[in-house]
Design a binder for this molecule. Structure first.
Ligand code: NAD
Length: 286
């Protein structure tokens, strides 16, 4: 039988830890405070930012959504982000992506103080991830952190495992490869130019898909041993507008040892990691 790796129990467990950590920080005179910068009113982004605010409030942190007009010019946008990041009472901030097309060439992570970069996208934080010093208290990219958190929580340690990541983006595939490598996995990163993807996925103990194509990974990418663990990072909509991941979930059940569903799998852990980064940033500020 395939185990479903749902995020809810992990989120509940971590919320308790976040609440007590937040109380401890408040007792030291620091109320963790996050600013979310939203440009325009893209429906999905409005929902994501509200969810992030609600989540922060659940464990006692402050979170404000700062809405900038969709037509804001480049200079005003850059100035606004820098001003928010420089505010001493702010411990964490990030820009909700995507940006409108006239701003999409800007790397917002680069505008934010690396000590407040709760998304973990600033090159300082990526550099720390690259170095992999376990003692470093840098802010880690959220989705990779959520993937590793899921595997650990459900007792699938990555050490020594052959892990195939499909996707090499800056926000998922590449940082995830580094994080898993730092945790002693043997990592293969596949992508759109990989020849014979199935040859790689069939050899993997763990397959992590971050492609962004509905039900891309079908049963013929798996081997026959039924022991593979599948993690779905994809958030897609199928031809009927239904939310789905990269994995052909229904047809993979029973053919693997464990699988993350969409929704209810890795997605909510990105918000959890953001919250963990906020408290780490607040703690680092003491
Ligand atoms: P992206 O478009 O930047 O990257 C997609 C990657 O897939 C690329 O590296 C590309 O080489 C690879 N790819 C495309 N077609 C392929 C093929 N046929 N074979 C092998 N590889 C192929 O996307 P992204 O930003 O990394 O996001 C990927 C997915 O993850 C999306 O569905 C996105 O919505 C989702 N996502 C989820 C979270 C979360 O919180 N769970 C966070 C970020 C992204």
């Amino acid at each position: 039988m395939t185990i479903e790796l749902r995020s809810a129990p992990l989120v509940e467990q971590e919320l308790e830890k976040l609440t007590s950590k937040c109380e401890l920080l408040k007792s030291k005179g620091v109320t963790p405070s996050m600013k979310v910068i939203l440009v325009g009113q893209i429906k999905a982004s409005v929902i994501y930012t509200k969810n992030k605010k609600k989540f922060c409030e659940r464990f006692g942190a402050d979170c404000e959504i700062i809405n900038l007009d969709e037509s804001i010019n480049e200079q005003d946008f850059v100035d606004a982000v820098k001003k928010i990041s420089e505010n001493k009472s702010v411990h964490g901030c990030f820009v909700q992506l995507p940006l409108p097309s006239h701003l999409s060439h800007i790397d917002p992570g680069a505008l934010i103080d690396p000590n407040k970069d709760v998304d973990g996208f600033h090159e300082h934080n990526i550099g720390e991830l690259f170095k992999g010093d376990p003692k470093s208290k840098f802010l880690m990219p959220c989705t990779p952190q959520g993937v590793l958190g899921t595997l650990n929580y459900y007792n699938f340690p990555v050490e020594g495992k052959n892990i195939v990541i499909i996707g090499r983006s800056l926000i998922v595939g590449k940082p995830l490869a580094l994080l898993l490598l730092n945790n002693n996995a043997t990592v293969t990163v596949c992508h759109s130019r990989t020849t014979d993807l199935k040859e790689h996925t069939k050899r993997a103990d763990i397959i992590i898909s971050a492609v962004g194509k509905p039900r891309f990974l079908t049963a013929d990418y798996l081997n026959e041993n039924g022991k593979q663990v599948l993690v779905d990072v994809g958030i897609n909509h199928d031809e009927n507008g239904k939310l789905c991941g990269d994995l052909d979930y229904e047809n993979l059940l029973g053919r693997c040892q464990a699988i993350t569903p969409v929704p209810g799998g890795v997605g909510p852990l990105t918000i959890l990691s953001l919250a963990q980064n906020l408290l780490q940033a607040a703690e680092n500020s003491l």
